[in-house]
Design a protein around this ligand. Sequence first.
Ligand SMILES: NC(=O)c1ccc[n+]([C@@H]2O[C@H](COP(=O)([O-])OP(=O)(O)OC[C@H]3O[C@@H](n4cnc5c(N)ncnc54)[C@H](O)[C@@H]3O)[C@@H](O)[C@H]2O)c1
Length: 332
Amino acid sequence: MPWLILAHFKKNSLSKRALVTGCAGFIGSHLTELLLDKGFEVIGVDNFDVFYDKIIKQKNLSEFITNKNFHFIEADIRNENTWKNLTEKVDVIFHLAAKAGVLPSLQQPAEYITTNILGTQLLLDWMKLYEVKKLIFASSSSVYGNQTKIPFSETDTIDKPISPYASTKKAGELITYTYHHLYQLDVMNLRFFTVFGERQRPDLAIRKFIQKILNNEPIEIYGDGSTARDYTYIKDIVGGIFSSYEYIENKTNVYEIMNLGNNNPVKLINLVNTLYEITNRTPNLIYKPMQPGDVNITFADISKAKTLLNYEPKTTFKQGLENFLSWHLNQK
Ligand SMILES: NC(=O)c1ccc[n+]([C@@H]2O[C@H](COP(=O)([O-])OP(=O)(O)OC[C@H]3O[C@@H](n4cnc5c(N)ncnc54)[C@H](O)[C@@H]3O)[C@@H](O)[C@H]2O)c1
């Protein structure tokens, strides 16, 4: 999309303006919709990274691309010109653009470093230049590594990330702290726990499994099925992201790290059985060894988000899966 569109985008002084990086992705597209519903003007940046099919991301964007308060820029956050060309004033940045995915980060660590660390650094320099003070950063539960103490709390030591992806997310938390300290940015680092629901990334287990079940193909289970994830429904996550903005909107000197999870880990075998149940199919499983970089469990202590944000995930795991399934069946 051309930069020209942006040149015609005159700020309405009554509404807030947000910059959403990664707006064409799974979480970014839901967040953008929520912000538009709340009356924000949104500038969305995304480069349609090759991690998964551009057509899926264009479909995500098509939900709101015609909204007059939305302005899309196809650009790469690693490119200095992206930031040089962006001269519009914004009130808040939701930084979701990233190379996501644990396993692929073992194959392409340098790609993860440049996107997730250099891209974040260039954004922070842009914030400094334009004196944008509010930043919501998408961190991840993977920073906790394979720790055995559960649930995971924000005060736990996170010195042992076990994938390049996890290291880059920890790095993001550190460099945002540095800019908070040096340039008084107000920062919320949100550690998302396995987000699922409509438009979920195609590399993630639930979307892959549903496809296989509907095609009557077997599902491959890595490990013995006892690994567990604190699956969190997309609408609960974007609600939490928005609440974190409301939390910093009128405050200064804020730097917080916060879990956004469900506080209810589900074992892989239970996930799979629920998928067979809601699709009325008979289980057909193949067991394989655990994959490197994968953690055994994620389990969020969400008491901090409850206290500071009134965050309270509302969607049950089964309901979220049913929502995902009916969305998936309506695709094509
Ligand atoms: N989905 C989850 O369960 C989960 C869990 C923890 C953290 N996160 C984090 O949340 C954020 C969003 O994740 P998602 O699941 O929506 O992933 P996603 O891949 O669907 O979205 C990321 C978006 O960023 C864009 N992007 C990637 N590199 C870019 C670049 N160089 N320049 C501009 N845009 C670029 C991609 O094209 C994509 O649209 C990521 O930062 C991810 O690490 C996600």
